[in-house]
Design a binder for this molecule. Structure first.
Ligand SMILES: [Zn+2]
Length: 366
């Protein structure tokens, strides 16, 4: 549901293994073994659920492909972490590795200085991979390899390729320059041009299991990770991002009742896309509840009585409409307030603007 789940700015992004061979994320190891079996492919499509660590994995794979001491100390498919090339990948200064990301992603990661490829300094950073970036990447691919182990172009996320940039890339995917490999990452490969997809070998990236995700989050100071993990559909990266935005298990527990009571204050100060994401997930769970099912995102919440299904469908439509236009909010706070007010009519027996009779009193947020 959350298409922006992995657009986060939690911990600083780590590219590749460190000097001791430590992985940027502990669950990336198995996919590295699978990648080794695809060694001959010149184009790889890395796919998996949002928040699985696509960019971290792509950086790890890039480091392994370019490593100048592969297999050192019996590390198998892993990069050595210590050679000059591994160091250059880690610092994003390897001459044979090109990271092609939307400007909005590079801004969030603090990488804007890396490559100015036609970006307009005053404009809002683009969420697309621009055709100018792809053209510049193709020019780069025809230059001689700096360190003689081939070149690697990483496009992340490939879903951000718009029509012109995808078309510009097609010929390079068909007939790449000698020694060039391409790595595309995607959380939703079906959104890519079929002609792009069909030219890539696929590699699947999985989320860690609950136990591993829980341990990783606890090591980062989240004492009770389960409700945040559920909100994040099992992605520990996304759960951590929610935690860093001040979302706590207690806050999540109260949200359904606060929304049912028309209380929009829970969302004040939150970016509009995040507020709408929280509301869409709530709409999903309210539908599950109305149909007699269990919630998926707000697993430990106290719930208002089941809401009117027809009204829920209409509310969800309003939320989806708002989500499509969240780049141009005329007034984000008013929009969220209006969406929350619309939710109160889903419980016709409750007095307008007040909690249904059988609700316990609400505590203030956090
Ligand atoms: Zn190395």
């Amino acid at each position: 549901m959350a298409t922006r789940a992995s657009e986060r700015s939690a911990e600083p992004m780590r590219i590749g293994v460190d000097e001791q061979g430590g992985l940027p994320l502990p669950w990336l190891g198995p996919a590295m073994q699978h990648a080794q079996a695809l060694e001959r492919s010149h184009a790889l499509l890395l796919q998996g659920p949002a928040g699985a660590g696509h960019l971290e994995f792509a950086g790890l794979l890039a480091q392994a492909w370019l490593c100048e001491a592969p297999g050192r100390a019996g590390r198998g498919a892993m990069p050595c972490g210590r050679c000059a090339s591994c160091h250059l990948v880690r610092t994003r200064s390897h001459p044979d590795l090109l990271l092609v990301l939307p400007d909005a992603w590079r801004a969030r990661l603090g990488w804007l200085g890396d490559d100015e490829a036609g970006a307009k300094p005053d404009a809002k950073p683009s969420r697309d991979i621009r055709v100018e970036q792809v053209r510049q990447a193709i020019d780069w691919s025809h230059q001689t390899s700096g360190r003689g182990r081939g070149k690697l172009m990483l496009l992340h996320p490939a879903d951000a390729l718009n029509g012109p940039s995808a078309n510009a890339l097609l010929k390079t995917l068909e007939e790449p320059a000698a020694g060039l490999r391409l790595l595309l990452s995607s959380t939703d490969p079906e959104r890519l041009l079929p002609t792009l997809r069909s030219r890539c070998q696929r590699l699947k990236l999985d989320l860690p299991d609950d136990a591993a995700a829980t341990a990783w989050l606890q090591a980062r100071g989240l004492d009770e990770p389960a409700p945040l993990l559920a909100l994040a559909s099992g992605s520990p990266l996304e759960a951590l991002a929610w935690g860093e935005e001040g979302i706590t298990p207690g806050w999540l527990a109260e949200l359904p009742q606060r929304v049912a009571a028309g209380d929009a204050s829970a969302f004040s100060g939150r970016p509009l896309p995040r507020a709408i994401d929280l509301l869409l997930k709530l709409a999903h769970d309210l539908m599950a509840q109305a149909a007699g099912g269990a919630p998926r995102f707000y697993i430990a919440s106290r719930w208002p009585p089941p809401a009117d299904m027809a009204g829920l469908v209409a509310w969800q439509r309003a939320l989806l409409r708002a989500a499509r236009h969240d780049e141009h909010p005329w007034n984000a706070a008013l929009l969220v307030e209006s969406l929350v007010t619309q939710a109160t009519v889903l419980w016709p027996k409750a007095a307008a603007g007040r909690a249904p009779r059988n609700m316990p009193p609400l505590h203030s947020a956090r």
